[in-house]
Design a protein around this ligand. Structure first.
Ligand code: 5GP
Ligand code: ZN
Length: 119
């Protein structure tokens, strides 16, 4: 597993920067976004430093599958109402034109009653 000492999300994953944890296992961490756009807004990251979705390789498929399949459970645990009247938004900003600010792969999981700050 690779870590970049200059990467803020690697430092959060290793515990050297504190975060409000939502979920953790050997490979993954979920934590509340510091500037939430909505009543529910957390980030799900791999602990391995992958810069963005653009760097994902076929060998990462099981990891990405685990991330994706965890989202609905975590969203509901964090207060999103069930599908279809509730639900959530899943966002993965990739690269400058994608609006990515932190260069460590992350899924934004956003939900809760509207209106939201963005969207
Ligand atoms: P991006 O624009 O890269 O998709 O989103 C990065 C997200 O990370 C932003 O929503 C921002 O609020 C969040 N963020 C940046 N730094 C920190 C931090 O130190 N702690 C937490 N919890 N979130 C952060
Ligand atoms: Zn990183």
């Amino acid at each position: 597993m690779s870590h970049d000492p200059n990467c803020i999300f690697c430092r959060i994953a290793q515990g050297s920067i504190p975060s409000r944890k939502v979920y953790e296992d050997e490979e993954l961490l979920a934590f509340h976004d510091i500037h939430p756009w909505a009543p529910v807004h957390f980030l799900l990251i791999p602990k391995d430093h992958i810069a963005s979705l653009a760097q994902v390789q076929p060998s990462h498929a099981p990891l990405l599958g685990r991330m994706m399949s965890l989202v609905p459970t975590l969203a509901q645990q964090e207060g999103c109402r069930p599908y279809p009247e509730g639900g959530f938004r899943l966002v993965c900003n990739t690269g400058a034109h994608g609006g990515q600010e932190v260069a460590h792969l992350h899924f934004h999981v956003i939900g809760g009653p509207r209106p939201w700050l963005k969207g």
